[in-house]
Design a protein around this ligand. Structure first.
Ligand code: GLN
Length: 446
């Protein structure tokens, strides 16, 4: 059925980079046979899933939407993929994204841009644009995305689906191709909040293959969805509804807050005073980490090697020049500069300090409130091509997702209406490792 749907819509949406049809059908047949027995069924038994193409899958091409990795077939599964297999979901294929997860529109994919199923002339958001578009168009029951500065939440918002970025450390990053290791998190994109809770249940938990994996008890996320939010205290940051936020987006968020009030919650305006520094801080830190992480792509160990080099250095240079796209090169340059001696203190170290201030903003609000609520993005999806030549405008789309990433706390985007025919997302932000509350509020609202 999933492949039937893919057959109908994929030529328009272009959510997938690689399909796994033969394997998926064989897997589905095995599950069918299991139905006739009383063998215990996995938590996600038989659910057809798509996986973002920066999450490695054994024997299944994994390109990160980069020419550099256009021939890369991993020899192992990421921890999350192992967990999905254990939960018995079926992997349909690998999903399009911005190259190495750098971008917010899918236009940085070095193969082709995915389109927004609500309007094919609009971007699906990014970098997990394929993951969001596949769920919105019914080309997968659920998908996995990755979020470094908003890449799960913003495309979910643009495509009218549910996207959850877990607390940093809750879900293993082993087998996620690293972009900015101190920020990257894998999370589910689903049609509704209950599905999000199920997928999180399957993928969360300590992993000794990831040194930043947290040793915490995993609660029962599904039973947290009891609909009860009476007495819930919501903080609404004035910075998230001020300058730069589309008035129609603001209207949808205020309407959602009314609904939550009707369910017994109360809200007050609060302040996250360092919000204005978040975008600059993020692009310095993320680019610095990326410049270091991407040093491993040298044409020797992974991916495509340039032809006819003059010598070893020439081979590195040619492979990297040909393999990486514009935006990736821009970030490597920016990050290398920020980390270079003489500039380290002025840029990287300074940005680390501001990151702490941003985190403290959240700590202060969470001392008195259970969740923080605002929009997921300042606007709805924009037309393909309208921002590609303007990286700064593109970076500003992340203004309300980035602070959350820098603080490492969890947040979900749930649909909260439409503006000019395109979906709007409501962002519900929680305390570290309090996914249960985030999911409970999202589920009560939905
Ligand atoms: N748009 C942001 C960036 O380009 C976020 C990307 C992400 O979360 N992977 O870095």
């Amino acid at each position: 059925q999933a492949y039937q749907r893919i057959g109908q819509t994929e030529n328009k949406v272009k959510a997938y980079l690689t399909l796994n049809e033969e394997h998926a059908r064989a897997h589905a047949r095995l599950l069918d046979e299991q139905l006739a027995t009383d063998a215990p069924r996995g938590l996600l038994f038989g659910l057809p899933a798509g996986i973002k193409d920066n999450i490695v899958t054994e024997g299944l091409r994994t390109t990160c939407a980069s020419q550099f990795l256009s021939n890369y077939d991993p020899i192992y599964d990421a921890t999350v993929v192992q967990k999905l297999k254990k939960a018995q979901s079926v992997t349909l294929g690998k999903l399009n994204m911005d190259e190495f997860a750098m971008g917010g529109s899918n236009e940085n994919s070095s193969f082709y841009p995915t389109r927004n199923p609500w309007n094919l002339d609009y971007v699906p958001g990014g970098s997990s644009g394929g993951s969001a578009a596949a769920v919105a168009s019914g080309e997968a029951y659920f998908t996995l995305g990755s979020d470094t500065g908003g890449s799960i939440r913003q495309p979910a918002s643009y495509c009218g689906v549910v996207g959850l970025k877990p607390t940093y450390g809750l879900v293993s990053r082993f087998g996620l191709v690293a972009f900015a290791s101190s920020l990257d998190q894998i999370g589910p994109i689903t049609k509704n909040v209950e599905d999000s809770a199920y997928v999180l249940q399957a993928i969360a938990g300590y992993d000794n293959m990831d040194s930043t994996s947290a040793k915490v008890d995993i609660p029962d996320y599904v039973s947290a969805l009891n609909g009860d939010i009476k007495g819930l205290r919501i903080g609404v940051p004035k910075e998230y509804l001020g300058q730069g936020i589309d008035p129609k987006v603001k209207e949808s968020v205020l309407a959602a807050l009314k609904v939550l009030e009707g369910l017994g919650a109360t809200w007050e305006e609060v302040s996250l005073p360092h919000t204005e520094y978040a975008v600059a801080t993020y692009y310095l830190l993320a680019s610095s980490e990326a410049s270091s992480n991407l040093a491993r792509f040298d044409g020797v160990r992974y991916g495509v090697r340039a032809d006819n080099p003059d010598n070893l250095i020439d081979m590195y240079v040619k492979s990297r020049s040909q393999g990486f796209g514009e935006e990736v090169k821009r970030r490597i340059m920016l990050g290398t500069y920020a980390l270079s001696s003489g500039y380290y203190d002025a840029y990287y170290l300074k940005a680390q300090k501001v990151r702490t201030l941003i985190k403290q903003d959240f700590d202060q609000v969470f001392a008195n409130y259970d969740v923080i609520i605002g929009p997921t993005a300042p606007t709805t999806a924009f037309p393909i091509g309208s921002q590609v030549d303007d990286p700064l405008t593109m970076y500003l789309n992340d203004i309300v997702t980035i602070p959350v990433s820098l603080a490492g706390v969890p947040a979900i985007s749930v649909p909260c209406g439409f503006a000019d025919g395109m979906p709007v997302g409501l962002q519900i932000i929680g305390k570290a490792f309090d996914e249960s509350t985030v999911l409970r509020v999202a589920h009560a609202y939905e």
